[in-house]
Structures are given as C-alpha cells and as structure tokens.
Design a protein around this ligand. Structure first.
Ligand code: CP
Length: 324
C-alpha cells in the first residue's frame, strides 16, 4: 500500500495539524483530513449525550465575522464554539462600522485588539481569509470566500460520505450544478481526491470553469452520464445572486436537464443525494428528492457542528482530549 493510501485508511490516534489556519483544503493532505474526521466522529458522539458541552476551549475567544448571509455555517460555528465552552462574539455587516466604510483590515485589527484568539470569516471576495492572516495574529478559519473555497463544508460532506461508505477509495462522486460559482465544489474536489474518490462534474458548459479537467476530474454536461455508476450525487444550488447574467435559458429548463428527480432515484436504487443548502426546491432537486430517505441533507447539517468543533479544537491546539 502506498503511503498516501495508508494515510487514507489510518485509524490511529489523533496527532496535530501541520497548518495553523484552515483557509482551504487545497493544501491539506489525507493525513490531516483524516485527523479532522476522526476528531469530528468523537465530537459527534458528544453531541448525542444529554450534556453536550465540554470545557475544551474555555477562555478561548472566537469572533465570527460574517460579511455575507449564512444560516447553516454561522449557526453551526456558533453552536460548535458554545459546545466547546469558547467565548463567542458574532459580527455582521449591518450594524457594524463596515457600513460606514471601514476596511476589512481595519475591522479585523480592531477586533483583534480586543484579544481575540480565533477568527471565523465568511466574505464575498476570494482570498479574504488568506488576506486576514496577513492582518492579524489570530488563527483564521475560512467559512466561505467568494467562489474560492468552503473547507468546513467539504469536511462535513466527507464526514457524511464516510458514514455511508467508510472508505472513499475508488468511490464515484458526482457534483452536479453551478460549478463555476461554487466554493463548495472546489473544496470537495480537493478533499474527495485526497481520500481517493473519483470525481465527476456535471453542469451546463456556461457553469463549467474552463480547464477544470486539469484538476483530474471527469466533466460532462449529461446528467444521465454523471449518475451512471455514481455512489453519491452532490447537487449544488444555482447561485442566481452571483451570476451577472442568466447562464441558462430559465429555471424550468435547468431542472429538465440537470434537476435530480424521483425517476432518477428509482433508476439508481443505491444512489444517495447530498446538497450543501440552501436548496432551491424544484430546481437542482425535485421536492420529493429533498425529502427522500436516500437524501442525507440534514445529516450533513448535523455533522457540520461536529466538524466545526473538531476544526476549532485542533486549530486552538490546547492539547486536551476532545471529549473530556
Ligand atoms: N452550506 C452553506 O454554506 O450554507 P449557509 O450559506 O446557510 O451557511
């Protein structure tokens, strides 16, 4: 077995992350990803206990800097921080001095002057999280930067996938939808490939970035082709708000060509469905598919809390046992 494959299968005790920040999965290897997933599984069991709070990050101050709307990521980071007993502060653009013209750098430096240890940032600009590491000494966690990366989403997707298929080596995962505007797709490609999965991307050509094949993925604009032999399909939201102009004739046409329906579920009896949310029902997924017993969309959300606890714990590097 090659060293990379051993790392994919390695179930040994957690060590520590080589990285100081989580800016994206492009630089995280199988060892580090498996460490986060193992730690998340331990926290997942903590979340099922009657007392779900552990003292692991007591006295660690975390600020959640959200410059873009969010439901799942924001709430799950906040819950993860509270479950770890961290001191949590939430920031959003409305009601802050950003609306008076303050820059990201000045906002971050002022917040850090209040002795913050970790910053979770979501921003519309690709590279915002990397930029922040040059402005502050705090540990930075990327909660989604433009169309660049959304690493904690990909990690919770990987955790959910490994609950279905404990090893992802050789598994076929198809990502269907608006690849061009998707930070989720990019982070998932890195994470899935690190764990040995084969990735197929399926989208209209207008939503497929030029040269994406160079990442080692298969590309098709035919949904039937993407679902043939596929273990799990991840549908992506059509991000109308990020598109300058409509990249397909209309929502109905999109659903006809790229929407996953009950008919697809019947034709592929082992197929599982994932979606990072928020879902446009009747666009990327038929309503019946969102609620289907083989859709694991809400499991993804539950796993989001455990993964974010694991990331916060490992990056805070307190040296304590995660489930103490
Ligand atoms: N998946 C995801 O990032 O959802 P939110 O935008 O609600 O955080």
């Amino acid at each position: 077995m090659h060293a990379r494959e051993e790392a994919r299968e390695d179930q040994s005790a957690p060590e520590s992350l080589r990285h100081r920040h989580l800016l994206g999965l492009s630089t995280y290897d199988a060892d580090e990803i498996q460490l986060i997933l193992r730690t998340a599984r331990e926290f997942r069991s903590v979340l099922d206990r009657p007392i779900r709070r552990v003292p692991t990050l007591r006295d660690v101050a975390v600020v959640n800097l959200f410059f873009e709307p969010s439901t799942r990521t924001r709430i799950s980071f906040e819950l993860a921080e509270k479950r770890l007993s961290a001191e949590t502060v939430n920031f959003s653009v409305s009601g802050s001095s950003v609306s008076k013209g303050e820059t990201l750098k000045d906002t971050a430096r002022n917040i850090e002057a209040m002795k913050v240890d970790m910053v979770v940032i979501r921003h519309r600009s690709p590279g915002a999280a990397v930029f922040l590491t040059r402005c502050v000494d705090a540990v930075v966690i990327n909660a989604g930067d433009g169309a660049h990366e959304h690493p904690t989403q990909a990690l919770l997707d990987l955790l959910t996938l490994t609950e279905i298929h404990p090893s992802l080596e050789g598994r076929n995962i198809s990502i269907v939808g608006d690849i061009a505007h998707s930070r989720v797709a990019r982070s998932n490609i890195y994470g899935l490939q690190a764990l040995g999965a084969h990735v197929t991307l399926c989208a209209p050509s207008t939503m497929t970035p030029v040269g994406i094949e160079e990442m080692g993925v298969r590309v098709t604009d035919r949904l039937d082709e993407a679902l043939e032999g596929c273990d799990v399909a991840m549908a992506l939201r059509v991000q109308l708000e990020r598109q300058g102009a409509m990249l397909f004739p209309g929502v109905r046409e999109y659903h006809e060509r790229f929407g996953i329906t009950l008919e697809h579920m019947e034709r592929h009896p082992d197929l599982r469905i994932m979606h990072p949310g928020p879902v446009n029902r009747g666009v990327e997924l038929a309503g019946d598919v969102v609620d289907h017993e083989r859709a694991v969309i809400l499991d993804q959300v539950t796993n989001g809390v455990a993964v974010r606890m694991a990331v916060l714990y490992l990056l805070a590097d307190r040296g304590a046992e995660p489930a103490s």
